[in-house]
Write a protein that binds this ligand. Sequence first.
Ligand code: GAR
Length: 201
Amino acid sequence: MKRLGILLSGRGSNFEAIADNVAAGKINAEIAVVISNRPEARGLELARARGLNAVCIPSKGMEREAYDRLVVAELKKHQVDLVCLAGFMRLLSAYFVREFPLRILNIHPALLPSFPGLDAQHQALEHGVKITGCTVHFVDENLDSGPIIVQAAVPVLDDDTVETLSARILKEEHRIYTEAINIVLSGNFRIEGRRVLLTKP
Ligand code: GAR
């Protein structure tokens, strides 16, 4: 059984969706550990309530690579095969990325490469796009970069606020994260340049 490590910083709804799908047998893996860089993250409590290993490694005041060394050690301790960033609001060091080659995924609430970084839904509204969405991609050491595995589009409506748009995107995030995890766990893909191409089982 493959082992997932979930990294989060806050609410944890993507973690919950993954955990629900693991429990329902829709992801053929187990959650080995949930790690938060913020002690107050709701996601950490949710993980504990589910009886999962939930660890806080506070990042405040720490240098990036020194912090990442602690996180990588914790992931290795739990023999994690695939790392899923689920609202983990930190850039990973080159060291971290090298330790898990093509084994770190991130979800972003926009159609990358549009609107990377913080407040992607706000950025989309401000820009006036009519379609936005979400992206699951492999993580490299650059922000919201790395080959794209799955995307989903959602319309931007005239009366949208950041809240209503975010909720519409979030629903799709919960769906495509599982889809992307399953693609990566199956190994039925290859990468050509930046393109992730699905291969036959
Ligand atoms: C999600 O919308 C996720 O896409 C976003 O943070 C939210 C976390 O929600 N991530 C980023 O913006 C990363 N650049 P959650 O804690 O409920 O999963």
